[in-house]
Design a protein around this ligand. Structure first.
Ligand code: 5AD
Ligand code: SF4
Length: 472
């Protein structure tokens, strides 16, 4: 069935569920694990669920529907999910709570087997390619009391036009592509999210124009590998509805930069190997494109990068950073690093520390290597003992924190353009926003500033935030 017909079919199910839930004042909760792509999927799930008559609540034990949107990139999420499912058993027995689990972890058979065996009271299991079918799955449970297992192994199509309930009124995420073709040897994503496929330029630009009309100012473009946007389609000659001359990531950035109302554009994550000169040029010339580039390093050792199947060397990574520093005035970097991948020696790890020292990242997302069933990394013989992984992780953390403290100092006295996101979570009297380089700034100001881009002078620094003040 064509995606458009399928979405119509789901709208029908949505109407049917709405009939069933009418006047019942039903509530739902959703727990989202993992990356921003999953958060964006959850916004779509919330959109569908609210259209079916449910309202959001924060207490899973009191809710009528509990949804989990899972991640399987690292092991710790599994324990968390199983713990939460255990806690819901009573609610299920007493209130008949409907339990639905979806997302990346559900694409792994050993996990769905475990759920069916140990948590048989789960009602719906759905995967990454069947999210749009949630209304149908829920209908079958409500009406026919049948458990649903709705996981597809093949690559899903792209479904446009799902309802969406966004977390913020001012900043929005827009998924531009799904899947990944890189097969980094530590990573499970290509197995659970399938092959790369890009949304059409027309659909993306339409979505962003609508967001701009609704008052959204900041857009984050999402994909597992954003800078290979439309690459597969180009290589295979697959037609995409061409719009405004967009046929690559660089041209997409340029087109979005022209959209009136949008004031800041971010994107995650690009791959260093695909960082072409036209993208560098688009960032440098696009006045709305944030000059913070998230450039996942993973390891600073060429030997490990090869084992990780990353397709670049330490030197190539550093050269790319250097090139961007020369061509993009004011550029800053953030990164992802994995510590303790199979075969990592003290020397390899020191190369990682060396790159961190040389680049001076604004932010480093650090991960201890977690073996993932089904990936080549898991089968490599020379796994690093947990104790060494933890020791190295702490050494890296110490270096990163030292560097961040030094960089934070450099902000004091400068004027930064801050996008005001809302009230501070810890102090109602203060507002909070972010600089172009994604640093949190806390300051005193009037609520009417929320949703605006304003200049602030930075007055002090703390490890995870800066403070600022408005110039009179
Ligand atoms: N173990 C630890 N970290 C991982 N990542 C991906 N797979 C693993 C794994 N098996 C990290 C990478 C990636 C980020 C999203 O998660 O650094 O960039
Ligand atoms: Fe995983 Fe590598 Fe693809 Fe990123 S690029 S999702 S790390 S396989």
């Amino acid at each position: 069935m064509e995606p458009r017909e399928e979405i119509e079919r789901q709208k029908n199910y949505s109407e049917k569920v709405k009939e069933l839930t009418k006047n019942k004042e039903l509530t739902y909760t959703i727990l989202t694990m993992g990356c921003q792509l999953n958060e964006n999927d959850s916004e779509k799930l919330c959109g569908m669920i609210e259209e079916m008559g449910y309202t959001k609540s924060e207490n899973p034990k009191q809710a009528d529907l509990c949804v989990f949107n899972t991640c399987c990139v690292r092991e710790n999420a599994e324990a968390k999910l199983f713990g939460k499912l255990g806690e819901l058993k009573r609610a299920k027995e007493e209130r008949g709570t409907i339990i639905a689990i979806g997302g990346c972890m559900m694409q792994e058979k050993h996990i769905t087997d475990k759920i069916k065996e140990s948590y048989p009271y789960t009602d719906i299991i759905f995967g990454t390619h069947t999210l749009h079918k949630f209304p149908e799955d829920l209908y079958q449970v409500l009406k026919k009391h049948q458990k649903q297992e709705d996981v597809l192994d093949i690559d899903g199509k792209i479904y446009e036009g799902l309802p969406i309930k966004r977390e913020s009124k001012y900043k929005a995420s827009v998924t531009i592509m799904n899947g990944c073709n890189n097969f980094c040897s530590y990573c499970i994503v290509p197995y659970v999210r399938g092959r790369e496929r890009s949304r059409s330029p027309k659909d993306i630009l339409q979505e962003i124009r609508k967001l701009a009309e609704e008052g959204y100012k900041e857009i984050t473009l999402l994909g597992q590998n954003v800078n290979s946007y439309l690459r597969v389609e180009r290589e295979k000659g697959i037609p995409t509805s061409e719009a405004e001359g967009v046929n690559s990531f660089a041209t997409l950035l340029k087109a979005i930069n022209k959209i009136e109302g949008i004031e800041r554009i971010r994107f995650v994550s690009p791959h260093p190997k695909d960082f072409t000169d036209d993208v560098i040029e688009a960032i440098s010339e696009g006045e709305k494109i944030a000059k913070l580039v998230h450039l996942p390093l993973q390891s600073g050792s060429t030997k490990l990068l090869k084992r990780m199947n990353r397709n670049y060397t330490k030197e190539q990574y550093l050269k790319l950073v250097q090139k961007m520093k020369e061509r993009i005035p004011g550029v800053t970097f953030s990164t992802d690093i994995i510590v303790g991948f199979a075969g990592e020696t003290e020397e390899d790890f020191e190369n990682t520390l060396d790159v961190v020292k040389q680049v001076g990242f604004e932010q480093v997302y650090m991960f201890i290597y977690s073996r993932r069933v089904g990936t080549p990394g898991d089968k490599m013989p020379d796994q690093v003992p947990e104790e060494i992984k933890h020791k190295r992780f702490n050494r890296l953390k110490e270096l990163v924190e030292k560097q961040i403290a030094v960089r934070n100092q450099e902000y004091i006295g400068t004027v930064q353009t801050v996008f005001v996101e809302g009230k501070s979570k810890t102090n109602d009297e203060l507002l909070t926003g972010r600089t172009d380089s994604n640093k949190v700034v806390v300051f005193e100001g009037d609520e009417s500033l929320i949703g605006q881009m304003i200049p602030l002078t930075i007055t002090s620094e703390h490890m995870w935030y800066l403070t600022g003040k408005q110039e009179k």
